[in-house]
Structures are given as C-alpha cells and as structure tokens.
Design a protein around this ligand. Structure first.
Ligand code: PMV
Length: 309
C-alpha cells in the first residue's frame, strides 16, 4: 500500500483513576472530538522510516528516535508481523493536549500502530492493538494500569479492572459533561509516583481510600446503566474529595471544581492523573453555557462540552 491513515480518540476517566493502579475498577469513555492521526507514505528506497510530528516540531529517522514511544510503537508492529523496516515517512498529528489526562500518548501510539499495520497489509484487532499500546505506555508511565490503551483502542465506554478482560458498557440515558483544562501540564508518571510513595508510607489509609473509590465506581456504573444520571453528581464529588486525600488535586483543579459546582453542576471532579490537566463537570443540557462561562472565568484555558452516550 502506498499510503495508509489511522485515527484514535482521546479519553476521559469518569471514575476510579489512581485506585485502578491498585486493582480497583475504573470507568472511562472515548473522547472522539479530540483525535490523534497517523499517516504512513512510501518514500525513497534506502531511507528507512522517518517520523514527523509537526505538533512536536519533530522530524527524525527511526534509528535516532530510540527510547521514544513512537519508535517503540514502530518496533513492536514490525516485530509482530516479522517485517523489515520499510522505506516510509510516518506523519503524526494530534489535537489531544499532552500531559493533561486525556490520553494523548496512548492515542498517538494507537493511531501510529494501526496506520503502519495497514500500510503493511495487516490489521490489528482491538485487543492486540491495546496490548501493543500498553507496552508503549510502560515507557511513558512506568506502572500504567492499562485503562488508557483499553478505552482508546476499543473506542467504547469501558469498566476496567487491571489484568481482567475489559467490559464495555452502554449508558441507558445520555449525559452532558463539561471538560475544562487547567493549562497545567502534569505528567502521569509524577502523580502515579507520588501516590505510590504515599501508599508505601501509609498502606492502611491508602488501601481504604482505594477501596472506597472502587465502590463509588461500581455505584456509578449501576447509575449509568440504569439511566439514573442525577445519582452520578454526588459520586463525582465524593471521588474528587478522595483524590484530594491522595494529594493528586491542585489549587487550579479545586478552583475549577468549585466554580462548576457554584454554577450549578450536578457534580465535578478531576479526571486522569491530576495535579493539573483536566476536570469534568456533570451538567444538565441547559446549564452547559453557564457552567462553561464560569469555568472560563475561573481560569480554564480550554473548555469543551461532550455528550456521553
Ligand atoms: O494518563 P492519565 O492522566 O489519564 O492518567 C491515567 C490514570 C491513572 O489511573 C492515574 C494511571 C493509570 O495508569 O491508570
């Protein structure tokens, strides 16, 4: 094939971040308004693979990109199909902000892996693609739970427990979320590392918090599957306060959560690794504009509306 393109969505964790690393369930949904795109085009013979990522100001030969997630993705795809390095230019583009809890690393890797597989005349199924992206996630995050690669590669809402087959689920009624970015870049590795240190210092307290987050996540799944949207608000608020106790919130996140609630959100919490990145607020359809304005006034650098359905 002379050219192949693939896309992958961003993601939002609704409940259970951090506790999921310790075996508790988490709920996450794809965020299709943001996407990573990869295109593979054949190039001059003898040049091997060149990777271009305009957004990151990057243009490098594969050999020089060693240790990056992009190179690792390419290596894993070639190894899987036992193919030699083709002569090709791979262009990667993403509208998902980096280090903001929206799954940018996993989405770029998923789009790249699928585009290269297609270029090679192959196809990666969701489970295989997810396992491959998980290997790449380890380069970025150290001890990822696997939720990012799973929700992004299946592109469906998932109820995820580490080391178990992911379960996809369907909301009985759609609901509206307003997503606001603090503008503070916060690598997941750092917040995951901080939680690990806290857990090593005081395992009993941390285990109890993880367990309570797990039970909130299970209740949230029941509420979503039965269309009881209003029950989700208090569960989000409780989940956020437990994340504060894990010390992964931040003044910026707390300010946005407070502003959303004051503007009439039914519930609000940080989403993803925390310490920066994004928060989510549950809203009725009518309140979306008002909550959006309140979040912008409170300092959000980007606010989006998304419907989970
Ligand atoms: O990559 P983020 O910021 O969406 O965070 C991933 C969620 C964590 O639970 C914090 C880490 C993990 O690997 O599950």
């Amino acid at each position: 094939m002379a050219e192949a393109t693939a896309r992958a969505p961003g993601k939002l964790i609704l409940f259970g971040e951090h506790a999921v690393v310790y075996g508790q369930p988490a709920l996450a949904v794809p965020l299709t308004s943001l996407q990573a795109t990869a295109t593979v085009r054949s190039s001059t013979a003898g040049h091997g693979i060149v990777i271009e990522a305009e957004d990151l100001g990057l243009r490098v030969a594969l050999a020089k990109a060693a240790e990056t997630g992009l190179a690792k993705t390419v290596e894993l795809v070639l190894a899987r199909f036992r193919m030699p390095e083709p002569d090709a230019v791979i262009s990667v583009h993403s509208t998902i902000p980096v280090a903001s809890g929206l799954g940018s690393g996993a989405a770029v890797s998923a789009a790249l892996a699928q585009a290269l597989a297609t270029y090679l005349g192959q196809r990666l199924g969701a489970a295989t693609l997810s396992a491959l992206v998980f290997e790449v996630e380890k380069v970025h995050h150290g001890t990822p739970s696997g939720i990012d690669n799973t929700v992004i590669c299946y592109s469906k809402p998932v109820f995820f427990v580490r080391d178990l087959e992911p379960e996809t689920f369907r909301p009985a009624a759609p609901f509206d979320l307003v997503v606001a970015d603090t503008g503070v870049a916060s690598p997941t590795r750092v917040s995951v590392g901080a939680v690990r240190e806290g857990w090593e210092r005081d395992p009993q307290t941390y285990e109890a918090i993880f367990k309570e987050i797990g039970s909130i996540t299970r209740s949230a799944r029941t509420a979503i599957e039965s269309g009881d949207v209003t029950a989700l608000g208090p569960l989000m608020n409780r989940n956020h306060s437990l994340l504060q106790r894990l010390d992964v919130s931040s003044p910026e996140l707390d300010r946005l959560v407070g502003a959303a609630l004051a503007a009439g959100a039914l519930g609000a919490k940080l989403s993803g690794g925390g310490r920066g990145g994004n928060m989510i607020a549950l809203s009725t359809r009518d309140s979306v504009p008002h909550i959006t304005t309140a979040l912008e006034t409170a300092g959000a650098v980007r606010v989006m509306h998304t419907v989970v359905s």
